[in-house]
Design a binder for this molecule. Structure first.
Ligand code: PLP
Length: 433
């Protein structure tokens, strides 16, 4: 049972739209490796890594040491008005990793702020408030980013000043071009982009923003190369491409370090957050210097790039690279996707298993149809929890189970998760048939 008193106080003082997972929400009080323990003493294997935030797992000594070392100086934060060594070092590392020529980095406290900054840079640089985004996208919860969200469940306000036009290429399983081959799907989306540019914009658009794999939208994987097709069109118009790597960065997709790398495209701007701090609040933007430096007024983030967050993030990034966690994500991701496809075979409550590396979606449908099944996903969520596994849920129809464990995942934990997921899917099949 959850702590009923804490739950009541949560409901009384926090917003209704701040949804909690599970019929009986849990309070996590301890964590180690890939496991978290709740206030009742139950331990779970965390297959959502917080929300892809705990990229390398819990209780990593190198990160604790880096954070503690900074705390011990007494300087939790003064301000970004002064030089901060770990901020400069982390920026150098990210600029190098980005592959963007002559890159500069600006740190924020979240993915939302990173994308707001990217939109501000692009709109200022191009002197235009027109933005292109993908249908079913999610980029954050502030005024600009909410305004470009292409998913009704998350577009909390429709009063944003940004003018947005949506393009296909996000949710391949269900969008207008579903069922086409990779090549035909790509060609259809590129045609759609041309058509949208011609018919819904004046042409001088500020930027196109895309998630290389949609996160909140249900871990939707476009064909490799789709964004290269987009980039060609954007280049004809001089429109910068922003790759929102908040979920797909840092090697999580296995084969590549950035999600956009699968498309053999270097974007003009990348935004990042979530996994970089391994739980610490940090995000940011990396962009061509010309774009980054286009602002003519001062702009500051009071806490963005603070010494504690950047020290922890630097330790996270070093750990991730030194232990080749990208390689681990590729290897165990393949095992998970293969294992899930195999175990889902007898169950027509599973409509689709898709993903790359350790970013995997299981789309649930009403048995014998393609009808999205939110209830089936709800059953899998509760059943996995009952059996000691935490997973994510999302998608346009709230019918996609999302798996994104810490990238330090082991082979044994992979098999354990497969076993639990198999049992939970069997229950969903039985209850929905
Ligand atoms: N961009 C993407 C792709 C996201 O998935 C999210 C959050 O889920 C955001 C931006 C917003 O990040 P934050 O919640 O840190 O503001």
């Amino acid at each position: 049972m959850p702590d009923a008193e804490l739950l009541a106080r949560h409901k009384a003082v926090l917003p209704e739209w701040l949804a909690l997972y599970y019929q009986e929400p849990i309070e996590i009080v301890r964590a180690s490796g890939r496991h978290v323990t709740d206030s009742e003493g139950r331990t779970y294997l965390d297959f959502f890594a917080g929300i892809l935030t705990n990229a390398i797992g819990y209780g990593i000594a190198e990160i604790s040491d880096a954070v503690r070392g900074q705390l011990d100086t007494g300087v939790l934060h003064t301000s970004t008005l002064y030089l901060i060594r770990s901020q400069v070092e982390l920026a150098e590392q990210i600029a190098e990793l980005s592959g963007i020529e002559n890159a500069k980095v600006f740190f924020t406290n979240s993915g939302t702020e990173a994308n707001e900054t990217a939109l501000m840079l692009a709109t200022q640089y191009r002197r235009s408030n027109q933005i292109l985004a993908l249908r079913n996208s999610y980029h954050g919860r502030a005024f600009g980013t909410v305004g470009i969200t292409g998913n009704r469940g998350w577009s909390a306000s429709s009063l944003s000043p940004v003018k947005v036009s949506y393009v296909h290429g996000g949710y391949r399983y269900r969008d207008a071009f579903a069922g086409l081959s990779d090549a035909d799907y790509t060609a259809a989306c590129v045609d759609d982009l041309r058509d949208v540019l011609r018919t819904t914009t004046s042409g001088d658009v500020a930027a196109m923003i895309v998630e290389p794999i949609q996160g909140v939208g249900g871990f939707n994987v476009p064909p490799d190369g789709l964004f290269a097709g987009f980039k060609e069109v954007l280049d004809e118009y001089g429109i910068p491409l922003i790759s929102d790597e908040v979920q797909t960065g840092w090697g999580r997709t296995g084969e590549h370090f950035w999600g956009m790398d699968a498309h053999r495209v270097t974007p003009d701007v990348m935004t990042f957050a979530k996994g970089l701090g391994n739980g610490l609040a940090i995000g940011g933007v990396v962009a061509r210097a010309e774009l980054m430096d286009c602002l003519r007024a001062n702009s500051i983030s009071t806490f963005g790039g603070n010494p504690v967050a950047t020290a922890g993030a630097k330790a996270t990034l070093d750990y991730l690279l030194e232990h080749d966690l990208q390689g681990n994500a590729a290897k165990l991701g393949d095992r998970l996707i293969g294992g899930l496809r195999e175990l889902a075979e007898p169950y027509d409550v599973v409509g689709d298993v898709r993903g790359k590396g350790l970013m995997i979606g299981i789309e649930l449908v009403e048995p014998g149809s393609r009808e999205p099944s939110g209830p089936a996903a709800g059953i899998v969520l509760e059943e996995t929890r009952r059996r000691g596994l935490l997973v994510g849920k999302g998608g346009l129809h709230n019918n996609v189970i999302r798996l994104a464990p810490p990238m330090t995942l082991t082979g044994g934990e992979t098999e354990e998760a497969l076993r639990i997921l198999g049992a939970a899917i069997a229950t969903a099949q039985e209850e929905r048939t």
